[in-house]
Design a protein around this ligand. Sequence first.
Ligand SMILES: OC[C@H]1O[C@H](O[C@H]2O[C@H](CO)[C@@H](O)[C@H](O)[C@H]2O)[C@H](O)[C@@H](O)[C@@H]1O
Length: 607
Amino acid sequence: MPGRIEDYALIGDLETAALVGRDGSIDWLCWPRFDSDACFAALLGDARHGRWLLCAADSGVKVSRRYRENTLILETRLESDAGAATIIDFMPPRGNASDVIRLVIGERGELALYTELVIRFGYGAVVPWVTHVAPEQWQAIAGPDMLQLHSDIPMKGENLKSVCRFTIKAGERVSFVLAHCPSHLPPPKKPDIDCALADTEHFWREWVAKGQHEQPLTDAATRSLITLRALIYSPTGGIVAAPTTSLPEKIGGVRNWDYRLCWLRDATLTLLAFMNAGHFEEADAWRHWLLRAIAGSPDQVQIMYGIAGERRLTEWEVSWLPGYENSAPVRIGNAAYSQLQIDVFGEVMDVLHQARKGGIATTETGWNLQCQLLSHLAKIWEQPDYGIWEVRGPPRHFTYSKVMAWVAFDRAIKDAQRYELDAPLTEWSTLRDRIHRHVCERGYDSKRNCFVQSYGSSALDASLLLIAQLGFLPADDERYLGTVRAIEASLLSDGFVKRYDTQITDDGLPPGEGVFLPCSFWLADAYVMCGRLGEAQALFDRLLALSNDVGLLAEEYDPATQRLVGNFPQAFSHLSLVATACNLAHAKKPAEQRSERRCPQDSSARR
Ligand SMILES: OC[C@H]1O[C@H](O[C@H]2O[C@H](CO)[C@@H](O)[C@H](O)[C@H]2O)[C@H](O)[C@@H](O)[C@@H]1O
């Protein structure tokens, strides 16, 4: 059985990532890309679906973990009366080869360790052809893929696995390097482990140091930024929402989705987090990714793409995997890619607006594309859509979608005015005002004094917490304050926020899921906006306490079982953490709405 979701830590090489359990088992790894087939899929089944275990051979050994400071290098310390050792797990940022390196260092006395490598390509289905090239070198081949293992100690084949029990003494080191390469090419050379470790450490420390922020970031925000950076597919700048598929939003349920894709929403919000923390390089790379991905006819813009901008993301179910703790189905691809979600236009315009303010150059082509997107939005904003939550029930007029249509025109107008860009300003301004009236008339319930999830509905929706931060209404507007109160009264579970009530809203799925962590951060942001700083800090602290021992968060949390649920680690949760950390850092000054947020490099001169 796989571990609990919070038992996993992330390592990655900026093109893919692996999950390492507290028990020393790598239970998830898709190679060579985030969205490739997994060769270790025990996470969604069991050891027979592929994993790589490296752990103490005997029971009674204490385990503790941490990341080496400001890096993605994982250190798992094993300790018993007999001895102590540390396992260092890491993936060097991708060069010519892609490696998982596991280095065991004996520190005291002696410890018995055990390793077991089970390679199953094709999401746990395909048993490879394994050959013994040299005493300490193995190759596993199936179709297009080859894995090569170099180990300092001999492994032996046993029941379609490679296994070894060994002892490590104080001062000794044992290393394992597992590399992926296409099976038609010569296998890569074994890297120098010390150089690879030093380079990896240098890469991450340097990246962290590049951020420019007015106040020092907290450790939690830094860990979130490192996690977000690890979710960027470096060759293209595309960002996955999470490195996993089908970790359930409810254990045993069907709300299991593939997140190894690039959502415009999640990616733009990630970019806002990076820009808040002064990381502009990634913002620029993603802006280029975006312009390539959405290039073409504006009426064909999708809400998500593959990491290289692929458009066909057909969803299918993996019949041979039982799913995480039997939460079936396991899905690959995501049918939501063809949905209309109007908020995405607002998110894209907002991030491009923030990028310009951050001094990231805009091109004429980029601005033309924005203008075309807006002329398309002008035609469709009144249509019902599937909303930010991508409901699989009927489309409707989601209030948040319309608010974001307002955001789209608002930000473009501001850019056109500030940077003197060519634009139909009168037309856009008229439309912006019309959308505002539309939302205030039809998305607002005057009897209950709150905005509602969709026009005509009585349901509430946590996305409406963003209304003030987006600049749609001031935070002291009675309608906004009433919405915050209504959400506090109806959508809280153990003080955390559900995105909506799955018993009331027909989202096309059986009801029941955890609290959605980004929404809980939004409530903390709303408290900041409303001047309720003590409550904001208290909620933020409670949210931080949900992160696991190495600072990672899933998409959701189940207060009943006190477990993290949903895909892991989830960009949406971590980017929201960074945003709230920044809001709290600025909270002593008047709260700033997102539309007016200052950027460390804010300069209209740098276009
Ligand atoms: O629960 C329904 C939907 O759940 C997923 O969407 C959620 O995750 C996305 C990526 O983080 C996020 O952008 C969206 O706002 C969330 O609701 C899933 O990907 C959908 O297919 C599914 O319908």
